[in-house]
Design a protein around this ligand. Sequence first.
Ligand code: ADP
Ligand code: MG
Length: 627
Amino acid sequence: MPIRQLAPDVAAKIAAGEVVERPASVVKELVENALDAGARHIRVELANGGLGLIRVSDDGCGIPSEELPLAFARHATSKVRALGDLERIATLGFRGEALASIAAVAGVTLLSRPRAAALGAQMAVVEGEAGSLAPAGAPAGTMVTVRDLFASVPGRLKFLKTRGTETGRCVQLVEQYALAFPEVRFTVVSEGRQVFTTPGDGKLASVLVAVYGLAVAEHMVPLDGTDDTASAKSEPEHAPAAGAGASATRPQVSGYVSRPSCYKSTRGYLSFFVNRRWVQSRTLNFAVEEAYPSLLLTGRHPIAVINVALDPAQLDANVHPAKTEVRFLYERQVFAAVQRAVRAAVLATAEAPEVSSRAFAIPDWSSPAVPASGDGGDAPRASAGDASLWGRTPPGTEGQPGEAAGADAPVAGSDAGGFAVPGAADAPVGGRKLPVMRVLGQVSQSYIITEGPDGVYMVDQHAAHERVLLERMIAEWRSRAVSSQLLLQPVSIELAPAERESIEEHLDALAQIGFAIEPFGGDALLVRALPAVLAAQTRPQPLRELLLELAGGGAEAASHGETWEEHALANVACKAAIKAGQTLSPEEQRELIRQLEGASAYQSCCHGRPTMVHLSLSALERQFDRR
Ligand code: ADP
Ligand code: MG
């Protein structure tokens, strides 16, 4: 085929493809325009998943009627004049091609009136053909109506999902911007029904409730420096760097992250904004997840809403036509700042999970209307130090995120400040320590019941012992002093060739954690020494299984951000710990609790199960109708 210049309408449709991939891309561009126009209320209407209709109305600055035709022109923008402006972009848009692109693949009508103008104006472009400009009555602000998206590009239509999915993506898009702009009131109406709304009160916590529900919002804690107290401020905590921190060269990190007890099975709940621009960033994903090392079970991800405010000069937002990626000039600095902020917040939240009132079958729906802004806020801040010692998350007792506000919610909410927890205030760096507890007895040969300063703690003896052993071994391993027990009778283990190889590959690493293993002819191996905690466990078959598990654990460890050694030690601790079903003498019970009091991540075992649940005095009082 000879080279030919494309006809303008074909070229426009091709270019539009970069910007307008699906209905949500249109919503994104229009919402960004409204935000750039300073809107305080943005209303999005959808019909047929956005394919029939997308209408975005705002109360922003409006467009003077004589400029309406220009708004549709490609590379026409009021936000950038010279190339140098690109270095200090404070607006979300700047490429001047959104409206042109949308108008190439849909029918678009603009109706707008600047506040100062007596009369507004309207103009339509259908499939790239501009209609005439006509005066029209309109409220102050702008209304953009997009009809029959992709009707002329059937190829695009084929790639779209069901109406429900496309609607969902549009709503999700608005949710993201609502999180970035708590001072703006957002409303989404789909097929005539209101499906999403935020109050626009300037509080990120309110938006968290609107987007993720109360049950999740209650488990979110603010990052240090997140000021979410004043309502309806004009420049809330998310103020773009250009407005608030243009002079600050260090990245300012604000937002909320979930407590380790609250997680999702996808990364879809990690929202990042850079100068309030919603971005996708593997770097930032990683920075957050890394801040929860070994807190999360395989395949579990935290929830986070984080804004990084940065001098726009340290940022390239013009990487991607849809502007969803940014490049950082000092990427490591941004990474470190995010990780530091998240880690500090996560460490400060460590606590025993509360007993769900549901366990007592007396539901209590009197949840506080507004989520506690996180009682971690005034807890002792731990340094960003040694989070790898931390246990993974207790998934159990707080209820799955996404459930209706559970009966346990009020327990967490109203307890804050009710009873002081001795030991919490003077906790050493590294997180809270468990308060001193009085052992009451053992239940079902599995649980130790204790009394603490604020109610009753029920401790799972296996999980607790596992945690104690793990911390001890990690400390030993760090100082290269893992206690190893030489066996009087070395144990020989028969293996398949591949199994032997996989263990042999790890002989050095295994030696670091206390094993001495050597070849024993053919595919057998001889175990001469064991980690001391395992000294009593010399039966060949369980030992064989453990070694294979350890040898094969690399990938699994990596998948949740642990080192091979951490993973291996966790496995060893699990094997070595006392089991459920074992009767413990009162002395043994007390000794275990005493050791747990010394653990820095006493609240969960190495597999993320809780070591204990807490029934607070206030929860008890509620259960007994004392208040
Ligand atoms: P960009 O946002 O990159 O400047 P667009 O094609 O999205 O490009 O918009 C072109 C211009 O139209 C903007 O620069 C702005 O001046 C004007 N405009 C678009 N939408 C609005 C709106 N909702 N309110 C006020 N002005 C708007
Ligand atoms: Mg724009």
